[in-house]
Design a protein around this ligand. Sequence first.
Ligand code: ASN
Ligand code: ZN
Length: 327
Amino acid sequence: QEQSAVDSYGDQRTFAAQQDGEGLVLRDPEHNVETFDFGFGDPAVDADALPGTIIANPPDWSPGAVSAHANAIQVARFLRTVVLRNNIDGRGGPMTSTINCVVQSASGGPKEWANAFWNGTQMVYGQIRNGEELLSLSANVDVVGHEIFHGVTGSTARLEYRAQSGALNESYSDVFGTIIANLGNEDPRTWDWLIGERLFPNREALRDMADPTRFDQPAHMDDYRDLPVTQNGDWGGVHTNSGIPNKAAYVLLTTEEPDGALALTPHEVSAVYYIALTQRLSRTSQFVDARRASVASARSFLRGRPRDERDRKVAAVEAAFDAVGIA
Ligand code: ASN
Ligand code: ZN
């Protein structure tokens, strides 16, 4: 049943909901997307209670619930229509989100837990206090795409969440989150390259793919951070060193031919990165493996094109990794 409601940014969103015993619930049967509420419980303490209670009845659909549901459906559409993947697991399995979560040990106070994560099975969203208002981390579709791609990576390359493989895991989530958030616009030279913008009152964004150094990330191998593989060291700087492959993706998506045309379209880059992630990388892959995987994926994906066109596009992939010192 098609519904319409306001999301966390005040935008009207349309999405499917389903009539069941509990009323009209946030479940889209076509995309197998469903959205639950945890009532400010702690998923770390009460993991058995996940996913929580399915959100029912339109008057109770909070803006955060609408954002989590509509944004997950938007990501499911990208998976199905752009990279031809049937949901996170590739088999049409459920895409489940839980909003209103609080991790007490890490939170600044009741109801405050400004993070989101993929727990191996589903998305878990906290919220940010902005005065009296609570803003769900599911508000921003690039964050939702980021978390969902942790799920895609988890059922494909399974990149280990440490050092370079972990930074690649983070980067693929940022790359696809950003592509999904901007895909209505075919010109990446005018994209919004910020990750997690419009969420934090005291911070413009979490990361900037166009200029990772703005948020204390390296943008070149010369500045790679050798951090300890501990929780305090962010498992070897997985959210830090991701700036390097992020910048390579930015360079690739914005590379121009001498005539001013894009070297690769966003759809072509999506295909090349998706094939690399799902078919040519594995748990211990390093940055240089991602380069080789991307080049090989570009060659195979573009095999039907005229030789000179294919060579130009493959050269653009190589040049993008050269630009950040991954050689
Ligand atoms: N928001 C973070 C992420 O998805 C949470 C985490 O996993 N450390 O990378
Ligand atoms: Zn992540």
